[in-house]
Write a protein that binds this ligand. Structure first.
Ligand code: SF4
Length: 151
């Protein structure tokens, strides 16, 4: 990766969004990884890599190293709010709330369960929360009304 020009990396990953920024980050990250000795289960190190934030570091920790983590992306953030599991306004606070709900050894599994369920069944927009037994039971009246007003 390090030996490739940024433009070449961009071409390889052109099907994904933000390929301009991501190609620059990948090249920089390749340099950092070679200098730093590869990927390691170290929060500070992972989050210091170009383009890697807390969520990506959490995915690596959870899925590659099996270390308990709870990566929260916008989908999990939205579902935690719809399901009344968190009132947090940002992903950091949602992560804290979700971690309190289950023992550490279940975090990695729960994170995947929510992601896969959400991808399969829960559209982000133009969605009537009263149409399924989960949100119609778990969501607050305020949330149901807010989302129905946006349809
Ligand atoms: S109403 Fe059902 S399908 Fe829609 S977001 Fe809630 S749980 Fe998902």
């Amino acid at each position: 990766m390090l030996s490739l020009k940024t433009e070449k990396i961009k071409k390889i990953i052109s099907q994904i969004g933000l390929s301009q920024t991501k190609s620059k980050n990948l090249k920089k990250m390749a340099h950092q990884l070679i200098k730093g000795g590869g990927v390691k289960p170290d929060w500070n190190y992972l989050e210091s890599l170009a383009g890697v934030g807390h969520k990506t570091a959490s995915v690596v920790m959870a899925q590659w190293y099996g270390i308990p983590a709870f990566p929260v992306d916008t989908h999990i953030h939205r579902l935690a709010s719809r399901w009344g599991l968190s009132k947090a306004k940002n992903v950091e606070m949602t992560e804290k709330d979700l971690k309190k709900l289950w023992p550490k050894q279940l975090w990695n599994k729960r994170h995947l369960q929510i992601i896969f369920f959400g991808r399969e069944y829960c559209p982000a927009r133009n969605h009537n929360l009263l149409e399924c037994p989960i949100c119609s039971w778990a969501s607050t009246k305020k949330r149901i009304l807010q989302e129905s007003n946006k349809m």
